[in-house]
Design a protein around this ligand. Structure first.
Ligand SMILES: [Fe+2]
Length: 416
């Protein structure tokens, strides 16, 4: 696979043309009477037209045929995708899942969409307020099928196997220890190369932002330049009824046939794009004297609620770092939190959960449910010599933390 190119920077105003069609972007205007190469101009709005500039998001796509060229949408099998938060009764206990089993390709072919399973979530799609946590378990590339989400943004965390993601904006290769965000309405298709697993944080009707840094200053945590945006790439493919567009709309799946590849955008410009980020670029901030800073120092991206400082969802990581705090109990402290904490493990072992929390599994700590280190960890850490030590080498754990109280689906409450 030839190395893919990217544009660097978070949320920038970008412009990109497939090099096979120089001059495909109209100059000086968005909507000329006739576009270069007779392309069709189409705006994709990611925010209300009248949002303030700081949150206003849209892109202009110049494509071989407009997206509207499709047969009607029809309801299709929902699989394990749901937004019904009343399937099982609430349970405040700590929940833990073993690694989610990936179906064997020799037994059943499953692609990214048919391999989606909703684990937990909260809120309401129709009022654009809430989130869902899904996993994907697949072994086959999407074949002339693309997907888009009318409900919200997907933050995708691959755990096993790399993803080659075709989008209307170009191609991205996303490997474990990288993440990507595909925002509301953007069509994409995923190729996989082995039995593949990962996690998805979906937020309804809002977008992820970099957290404010306060006294940290202008630099640190996830730096804007490390976010990568694909460059324009198109395929000029027409097959009568040959392409299927799958849409998640109000939590339900629909499919429409069309004759043309959805990846027919020759050029685009704007600030509403998919993007990816390598978690190894995260600049870790930590205590260098005593005690712990709160885990919010590990926030990569946040999806804010309307209440200041309160997130619908934060994406938080626990990367390799030094522990140097003196006169301090260094493991994560005992606590009760008003937030929901869904944790997953990309690789290695998480310092505060030695047994039973394995790569590809998960845990959910619900609001105010007590949690903290086990007795053995407490004993050891209370007596340990406090020399500088490496923490979490070879490990990457993460948390989806939400101010909403999440419900578990029937699928996730079942035996595992
Ligand atoms: Fe916690």
């Amino acid at each position: 696979m030839a190395e893919l190119k990217y544009i660097s920077g978070f949320g920038n105003e970008c412009a990109s043309e497939d090099p096979r069609c120089p001059g495909a972007l109209p100059e000086g205007q968005n909507n000329p009477q006739v576009c270069p190469y007779n392309l069709y101009a189409e705006q994709l709005s990611g925010s209300a037209f009248t949002c303030p500039r700081s949150t206003n998001k849209r892109s202009w796509l110049y494509r071989i045929l407009p997206s509207v060229s499709h047969k009607p949408f029809e309801s299709v099998d929902q699989g394990h995708v749901t937004h019904n938060w009343d399937e099982v009764g609430p349970d405040p206990n700590q929940l833990r899942w073993k690694p989610f089993e990936i179906p064997k390709a020799s037994q059943k072919k499953v692609d990214f969409v048919s391999g989606l399973h909703t684990l937990c979530g909260a809120g309401d799609i129709r009022s654009n307020n809430g989130l869902a946590v899904h996993i994907f378990l697949c072994n086959t590339s999407m074949d002339r099928r693309c997907f888009y989400n009318s409900d919200g943004d997907f933050l995708i965390v691959p755990q096993k196997g790399k993803l080659l993601i075709y989008t209307e904006f170009g191609k991205m290769l996303v490997q474990p220890k990288e993440i990507c965000v595909i925002q509301r309405g953007m069509r994409f298709s995923i190729d996989v190369f082995e039995e593949t697993r990962g996690y998805i944080l979906e937020v309804y009707g809002i977008h992820f932002e970099l957290p404010d840094l306060g006294p940290i200053g202008a630099n640190g945590l996830a730096n804007p330049r490390d976010f990568l945006i694909p460059v324009a790439w198109y395929e000029d493919l027409q097959v009568p009824g040959g392409f299927t567009v799958i849409n998640k709309y109000q939590g339900k799946l629909f499919a429409a046939k069309q004759d043309v590849s959805p990846f027919n955008v020759v050029a685009w410009h704007g600030n509403y794009t998919p993007y990816k980020y390598n978690l190894e670029n995260f600049m870790v901030i930590n205590s260098v004297a005593f005690d712990h800073a709160d885990p919010s120092i590990f926030t990569v991206l946040t999806a804010k609620s309307v209440r200041p400082g309160v997130a619908i969802a934060d994406f938080v990581i626990f990367p390799p770092r030094w522990g140097v705090a003196e006169k301090t109990f260094r493991p994560p402290y005992y606590h009760r939190n008003c937030m929901s904490e869904f944790m997953g493990l990309i690789k290695g072992h998480y310092e505060a959960k030695q047994g039973g929390f394995l790569p590809g599994g998960g845990s959910l700590h619900s609001p105010m449910t007590p949690h903290g280190p086990d007795a053995d960890c407490f004993e050891k850490a209370s007596k340990a010599r406090l020399v500088p030590e490496r923490i979490a080498d070879g490990t990457m754990a993460f948390m989806f933390e939400s101010s909403l109280s999440m419900a578990v689906t029937r699928n996730a409450a079942g035996p595992n």
